[in-house]
Write a protein that binds this ligand. Sequence first.
Ligand SMILES: NC(=[NH2+])NCCC[C@H](N)C(=O)O
Ligand SMILES: [Mn+2]
Length: 321
Amino acid sequence: MKDIKVLTVRSEIAAGTRGAGMGIDALIVASLGQHSSFFNENTIQNIDDVNNILFKNNNFLNAKHIDGVLTMLKRVSNNTYDTLAGGQTPIVLAGDHSTAAGTISGIKQAYPNQRLGVIWIDAHADFHSPYTTPSGNMHGMPLSMVTYVDNTEEGVNSPNQETIEYWEEIKKVGTKEAKVKPEDIVFIGVRDTEGPEDVILDKFGIRNISVDEVRKNGPEVMANDALNILKECDMIYISFDVDSMDPTISKGTGTPVANGLTVEEALAINKTLVADEKVICWEMVEVNPTLDQNNIMANNAFKILNETVKSLKGKSISLVG
Ligand SMILES: NC(=[NH2+])NCCC[C@H](N)C(=O)O
Ligand SMILES: [Mn+2]
């Protein structure tokens, strides 16, 4: 049975829309409404944010607030490392998705010689660099940070020297090498990419399990397919961006995209994935209650969190109906 530690990261500096930092508190509110003691019975470790940087001018056009992002990545990496070194499985609840690169860095710091597979459940590929980003929002960049794929061939921006120096620092958080091979990433639900990202997906043959496939073949079958693709990996990290779900259910996320997963599909995928013993960390990101009504996103996301953690701990009961 796995022992977990919940890491809370109220950081939102890498998102283009404000409010994701409040996602964790929205989850806590949802848990109380559902009469759950999740946030009382598990160990919670909060990682301080640097959201006050948002009051200052951003000096980095192609990588907004990259100085603050570097600080956050180091903090998340160190805490992930400490959790794993202490024999616990990190459950990371974060605001914007950029800090997932810190989680991955901490995993590799703890297990530098083990091959890491990543299952990225998201509407977006988050595979931009400062050279290719259309927005400068760094929550669109975590997978480039950890794979070292800058994709300069497809570059459309000319980041300044200071940005490049910070970007190179970011890549060295946790370990001095690339943390993941692009081939060891599997996407689920990705449906909003830009041209430079499409080139990466093609070049490395990265599998993207579509929402249609999930609907047709069933979430459990597709989750097992994802695990099977990564069978050569020694350990698996799962990143669940709530914008993988359909915006007709809730608008409570910063970059919603039509034709997403249902809550039931997302729940079944996550539950099935974490039942695999190789899963050493699970993360959920991008809940934004300021864009929502009646906290619907957090209510759904908390259900997924609660059931996923039960499954991960090995105590899952199968629900009928
Ligand atoms: N984690 C996210 N919500 N990422 C959204 C990224 C959107 C877009 N590809 C960009 O780079 O701006
Ligand atoms: Mn994302």
